[in-house]
Design a binder for this molecule. Structure first.
Ligand SMILES: Nc1ncnc2c1ncn2[C@@H]1O[C@H](COP(=O)(O)OP(=O)(O)OP(=O)(O)O)[C@@H](O)[C@H]1O
Length: 295
């Protein structure tokens, strides 16, 4: 289903604070067109989750306006807007209602007043896409963190919302599942024209998006294509993002005067491909070491 491009989200002069002492978002302005995939990135605590929670009025700004689907968000239209926005959070435990995975997905669909056959079709399609068909009769408590996340994504997508917000929704996935999940998001975007926000620390997810919106201390530090973002060392440093191994390698090859098509060929050569995969795993290990240090 092709959807016509139009501004689907507009944030104007947003200021937001949880407490009087600390303003979390300052002078945030952002326009997002229908069908765009936005990766919201930045250091821990810079305001990413706060920003996306404004979109369905889970939080309300102290000043400025949030418009979604062309309408200013108010307490009156918030319930209608929420029905068109799907959100998947980092901690899936808080999102389960049903006694089994199937019941949980069906519970959300019942709210849409769908016919039984359509509910069954959606459950089959989305659990198939997320590779969780074998978990349908399990109790959510029996699932691993990664399986719970995939179930939460399936439940969200089965509602077929127009905007989908993934707030670190791939953080508990192993490497293969993370890539599979990214493929599902890519497919959604290509086939359905969904507008996607992904709050992420994952470089592959950033690279897959159309646009990076990078926050630093509650203001937008950069808003551009992923390639431009990863070329700017200052932005990367200020937003606490390390250049991934593959991009570091590409930049070194470019610096030696090797053209892009030649670089792409080289990266596909078996030995080089393995080294890149190894580098990706090392990058992840470095990431988890950093997280351990922070904890
Ligand atoms: N409910 C709350 N009450 C008070 N302060 C909060 C609350 N939620 C978040 N904050 C604070 O607001 C700031 C921004 O938090 P937010 O969760 O938006 O950051 P983030 O960029 O998503 O972080 P992370 O990458 O660690 O998830 C942080 O300083 C955080 O401590």
């Amino acid at each position: 289903m092709e959807r016509e491009a139009a501004a689907v989200v507009e944030l104007r002069d947003i200021e937001f604070a949880y407490t009087k002492e600390d303003t979390v978002l300052k002078s945030v302005n952002l326009t997002v067109q229908q069908g765009e995939w936005i990766a919201v990135v930045g250091e821990s605590g810079c305001g990413k989750s706060t920003l996306v929670r404004l979109l369905n009025a889970l939080l309300q700004p102290q000043s400025g306006t949030v418009s979604v689907f062309g309408e200013k968000l108010t307490e009156h239209n918030a319930p209608l807007v929420r029905a068109r926005i799907g959100m998947v959070f980092q901690n899936p435990d808080n999102q389960f209602i049903g006694e089994t995975v199937e019941e949980d997905i069906a519970f959300g669909l019942e709210g849409l007043c769908l016919e039984r056959a359509e509910m069954e079709r959606r459950i089959e399609v989305y659990t198939g896409k997320l590779n969780i068909s074998s978990l349908l009769l399990k109790h959510p408590g029996e699932l691993s963190g990664g399986q719970k996340q995939r179930c939460a994504v399936a439940a969200c997508l089965s509602m077929e919302p127009e905007i989908v917000v993934f707030d670190e929704a791939t953080s508990m996935q192993d490497e293969r599942s993370r890539r599979e999940l990214l493929d599902v998001i890519r497919d959604m975007k290509e086939q359905g024209g969904y507008t996607i926000f992904s709050v992420t620390h994952d470089v592959d997810e950033m690279l897959a998006a159309d646009r990076i919106v990078a926050l630093q201390n509650g203001t937008i530090r950069a808003d551009c294509a992923p390639t431009s973002f990863f070329e700017n060392k200052e932005w990367l440093r200020d937003c606490g993002i390390e250049l991934p191994f593959r991009l570091r390698l590409e930049q070194q090859l470019k610096a030696r005067g090797i053209g892009q098509s030649e670089i792409s060929k080289k990266l596909q050569q078996p030995g080089v491909k393995q080294a890149v995969e190894g580098g990706r795993v090392r990058d992840r290990l470095d990431e988890s070491k950093r997280e351990e240090k922070i904890e």
